[in-house]
Ligand binder design. Structure first.
Ligand code: NAD
Ligand code: IPM
Ligand code: MN
Length: 375
């Protein structure tokens, strides 16, 4: 039996999580596996009603569970950043989920926007650092005659030669945000990427950065990549600048096997990578702490533009469920789910509007359940 925390969240979150839960239960049942779900209401409605985002009491409770299954948060009624930072990022940081693993795979039958690219050409992993970089939340915004402390912090941290009058006028308002790369934080994620390559018998690890401009933080990132790579002499390595890798993802996706990237670039390039595998509706991810509580979710957001219409694609969430089961050691159950997804996608009869179909969210979930092999 597994204890799973369920956070459906906002927008399409509840409808995709409903299908994910349905498929996980159906697949697990065949192996006599029981899932004990604890559902939490965190998200916009709960916040607007109670002012509560993700309380420490819930985090403490979840510490004893096996994993978190997460939909999405974000709602146009709430200023950007509140729910995203205080719910999603809070969980990633609290549980020190330092790896964000995002497999990129074009399934058979899924329309690919790249001309002449087939399933065998698009099949790689992005390992995104998940607790550092510009996500550490060190920053400040200050204007006329306020927050002089922030300016001091900025000067110290960046040794900035900023010549400004402390009595700023409102039109001189300023803001800063610090990106942080640490040796242990970088070592552990890069090591994970190499271990993954080794385990899956993949022969190349690509490192992403912008070391030609942000020379301090990504200079350190590069040094550590080089150091770690010496422990894996059989695996080829390369550096790509982040701007160039967006081009290569389109031009030669077949080149990539394992891509390891700092947090923010990882966020950006995985939405791009999702598109070459057929869109956000299919792209799954896991926020992983190999020794702690991990959290599995689609990489897309709450899609407020299509919420509550029962037309969103639950496939990414269902595949995230398979990743969760695999992570828990239920390899066969996970494989059954992925195989069923593959069948439904390759048949192409039941699919949602993002894949040019007419089926509902629920019909896709039901069809995947129908295609589960009998254990
Ligand atoms: P989004 O990923 O929600 O949507 C981008 C586009 O993709 C939209 O047109 C949407 O309709 C479509 N789309 C996304 N998922 C889909 C699915 N399963 N099926 C079909 N179409 C799908 O990104 P956005 O619009 O930039 O952000 C909306 C909100 O979600 C914001 O508040 C943002 O902060 C938040 N967000 C949350 C997460 C998360 O909780 N993990 C991730 C990304 C964005
Ligand atoms: C993602 C999302 C999040 C991120 C946001 C919502 C905090 O875009 O999971 O990709 O930037 O990591
Ligand atoms: Mn993102």
């Amino acid at each position: 039996m597994y204890n799973i925390a369920l956070i459906p969240g906002d927008g399409i979150g509840p409808e995709i999580i409903r299908e994910g839960k349905k498929v996980i239960e159906a697949a697990s049942n065949q192996y006599g596996l029981k899932i004990n779900w604890t559902e939490y209401p965190f998200g916009t409605e709960h916040y607007l009603k109670t002012g509560e985002l993700l309380p420490d009491s819930a985090l403490k409770e979840i510490e004893d569970m096996d994993a978190i299954y997460f939909g999405a948060v974000g709602d146009p009624r709430v200023k950007p950043g509140i729910l995203e930072k205080e719910i999603l990022l809070k969980a990633r940081f609290y549980f020190d989920q330092y790896i964000n693993l995002r497999p990129i795979r074009l399934y058979k039958g899924v329309p690919c926007p790249l001309k002449d690219k087939n399933p065998e050409d698009i099949n790689f992993y992005v390992v995104r650092e998940n607790t550092e970089d510009f996500y550490v939340g060190i920053g400040g915004r200050f204007k006329a005659r306020t927050n002089q402390d922030h300016l001091e912090v900025l000067r110290k941290l960046y040794k900035a030669k900023i010549q400004v009058d402390f009595n700023l006028e409102p039109e001189e308002e300023m803001a800063y945000q610090i990106g942080l790369v640490s040796r242990p934080g970088t070592q552990r994620v890069i090591k994970y990427a190499f271990e993954l390559a080794q385990k899956k018998n993949l022969k190349r690890v690509t490192s992403v950065d912008k070391a030609n401009v942000l020379t301090d933080i990504y200079g350190l990132w590069r040094d550590i990549f080089e150091e770690v790579s010496t422990q894996y002499p059989d695996i080829k390595t390369e550096f790509n600048f982040v701007d160039a890798i967006t081009m290569y993802f389109i031009q030669k996706p077949e080149w990539f096997k394992v891509v390891v990237t700092p947090n923010m670039f990882g966020d950006i390039i995985t939405d791009l990578a999702a598109m070459i595998q057929g869109g956000l509706g299919i792209a799954a991810g896991g926020n992983i702490n190999p020794e702690g509580v991990s959290m599995f979710e689609p990489i897309h957001g709450s899609a407020p533009d299509i919420a509550r219409k029962n037309i969103s694609n639950p496939t990414a969430t269902i595949l995230a469920g398979a990743m969760m089961l695999e992570f828990l050691g239920e390899i066969e159950v996970a494989k059954d789910i992925e195989d069923a997804v593959e069948k439904v996608l390759s048949e192409g009869k039941v699919r949602t509007q993002d894949l040019s179909g007419k089926s509902s969210t629920e019909q896709v979930g039901d069809e995947i359940v129908k295609k589960l092999p009998k254990a």
